[in-house]
Design a protein around this ligand. Structure first.
Ligand code: PEP
Ligand code: MG
Length: 580
């Protein structure tokens, strides 16, 4: 047995496929002085192409895995914009007359060696990011193809020196039983993605192997314990086959819950809806038993294209979603761009603080035609199902009123054109800015429902940029300040008699169930992958004791204590379920 680091849970048994280590062969090419401009042009072209590629991967991951994981690629984009990295490359071209690819290779080597020398796991992981981005740039400068993975025929365990998120994007999770890497740890981006994709991963095997793994070797890997067995005997195979079988059965059992209502053991019913970005996502949500769509992030309809989508095109997508959802409701959120979400064809101003800047409803209210087109398309779809409209980033009553005026214009326009829509279509607001939580009682007078976006709410309440890895350890959804904002918002909604749901990532964390029961939130909307896990938790909960645990959290003074209380409660519940 070889002991590594368990980076993504699960057991896998199968044949190894060893990914060849790739080193770019970059001859030390120098150029004539006169070629300087051409070399810069090649460099910038390479950067542009790399950025577009990274954006595409980011969107793919956002749709298939989750928003949090797609943030990994923001770190990659940031490297391509990093002034220190870029000036190192430019300096080598300018002062040493070296070709762009030589400069890029030397800059990567320089930073990777520097970061690797630091005795800091975080910086070592960032060295991997630089390599990943650098290799992409080199690929565009040298025109060498991607490393190809085996054809999707036989499922395999992927073995590599290191794996980059870019390589993982193109993996078919159905064909990869597990992964083993020499480098990397629990916090690497590949580990985050492996966990989200549900693929077991053992990493950190550098210097641990006495003989190299060959393609075709039989491997048993245990991602929980971080153990790898190379060509093991029958006993080990038998033992782990049983474990793998148990895990497979658990997955199957979870899948059986798709058709079951989310009710606690003492009869409290919750409704679990899906967060989607496309029609494809809705199919996944339906597979996992979503009761409608609690958040349709429409911005993805606007991405990966060269112009704004027109009314008919949007209507077609919204109509399909409304129809597929049947009697369930579909909450369509209007465009939420700006901040970390950019459109290539719609230039947003350079801002010092884009997350506090021109984004979401602020852009919509400033671009009436754009906004009205979207509202018209949503209204038209409301004739085909149970459609609701949701405004993002609301921070004042004036904004709801201004948005509603444009909605009225859209209705007028449809009446004039003789097109049908639901005249009583409900209009809700996202509570994701502290100001909105603070005036929730006032907003509740003019909104038909609230949807609490904890992702942004946490970021703004704690003043912790949700995309900044450097302060990721400070991003605490279970901070007492966040919990207070949640309580205030839910109370305001209840007093006004309007529904309230939670649609941020917290909704998909089963540990938070006691909080929702304590607060009396019965509608949650989450990424499809989280639905069955959360439902399993609800089905095994007693609302009575969960409410007590939730109330206890409100008496605790720090995020760590609150999380520990939720973990303790969850652990005890699980022990009870297992009859221990
Ligand atoms: C949120 O902020 O919690 C939310 C659901 O919206 P998004 O993640 O799209 O910003
Ligand atoms: Mg948000």
């Amino acid at each position: 047995m070889i002991q590594g680091i368990g980076a993504a849970a699960g057991v896998a048994i199968g044949k190894a496929f060893v990914l060849p280590a790739w080193e770019w062969d970059v001859p030390d090419r120098r150029m004539e002085k006169v070629d300087l401009a051409k070399e810069f042009e090649r460099l910038y072209e390479g950067i542009r192409t790399s950025k577009t590629e990274i954006e595409v991967m980011k969107n793919e991951i956002k749709e298939t895995v989750g928003a949090e994981e797609s943030g990994i690629f923001d770190a990659h984009l940031a490297i391509l914009e990093d002034p220190v990295f870029m000036s190192e490359i430019r300096g080598i071209i300018e002062r040493q007359y070296k070709a762009a690819e030589v400069a890029v290779k030397e800059a990567i080597d320089h930073f990777v060696t520097m970061f690797d020398l630091l005795d800091d796991e975080y910086m070592k992981e960032r060295a991997l990011d630089i390599k990943d981005v650098g290799n992409r740039l080199l690929k565009h400068l040298l025109g060498t193809p991607d490393i190809t993975l085996p054809a999707d025929t036989q499922p395999y365990i992927l073995v590599a020196k290191e794996l980059s998120p870019s390589q993982l994007v193109h993996l078919n999770p159905d064909n990869v039983l597990g992964m083993v890497t020499m480098a990397g740890g629990k916090t690497s981006h590949s580990a985050i993605m492996a966990r989200a994709l549900g693929i077991p991963l053992v990493s950190g095997l550098e210097h641990k192997l006495t003989e190299p793994v060959q393609t075709g070797d039989l491997l048993v890997i245990d991602g929980d314990e971080g153990q790898v067995y190379l060509n093991p005997g029958p006993e080990i195979i038998k033992r782990y086959t049983e474990v793998a079988e148990k895990q497979r059965r658990r997955k199957e059992q979870l899948q059986l819950l798709a058709a079951v209502e989310a009710v606690t053991k003492d009869g409290v019913r919750l409704r679990l809806a899906g967060n989607i970005s496309s029609v494809k996502d809705l199919e996944l949500a339906v597979k996992y038993g979503a009761e409608g769509v609690g958040l349709f992030r429409t911005e993805f309809l606007y991405m990966d294209r060269t112009t704004f989508p027109g009314e008919d095109e949007q209507f077609e997508v919204y109509r399909q979603v409304a129809e597929k959802a049947g009697a369930y409701s579909v909450v369509i959120r209007t465009l939420d761009i700006g901040g970390d979400k950019q459109l290539e064809y719609f230039e947003l101003p350079e801002e010092d603080n884009p997350v506090l800047g021109y984004r979401a409803i602020r852009i919509s209210l400033d671009s009436k035609e754009l906004f009205q087109t979207q509202l018209t398309a949503i209204l038209r779809a409301s004739a085909y199902g149970n459609v609701k409209i949701l405004y993002p980033m609301i921070s004042s009553l004036e904004e709801i009123r201004a948005a509603n005026r444009i909605l009225e214009d859209a209705k007028q326009d449809l009446r004039a054109r003789g097109l049908s829509f639901d005249p009583g279509v409900q209009v809700g607001v996202m509570i994701e800015v502290p100001a909105a939580a603070a005036i929730a009682d006032l907003l509740a007078q003019e909104a038909d429902f609230f949807s609490i976006g904890t992702n942004d709410l946490v970021q703004y309440v704690l003043a912790v940029d949700r995309m900044n890895e450097k302060i990721a350890h400070m991003y605490h959804p279970y901070h007492p300040a966040v919990l207070r904002m949640l309580k205030q918002t839910v109370q305001a909604a209840k007093e006004a008699g309007i529904p309230v749901s939670v649609c941020g990532e917290m909704a998909g964390d089963e540990r938070a169930v006691p909080l929702w029961l304590h607060l009396g939130v019965s509608d949650l909307s989450m990424s499809p992958q989280s639905l069955l896990r959360v439902k399993h938790r609800i089905l095994n909960s007693y609302a009575g004791e969960s409410r007590e645990a939730g109330a206890a959290c409100y008496r605790l003074p720090t995020s760590n204590q609150i999380e520990a209380e939720l973990d303790r409660f969850g652990y005890e519940m699980e022990q009870e379920r297992l009859g221990k």
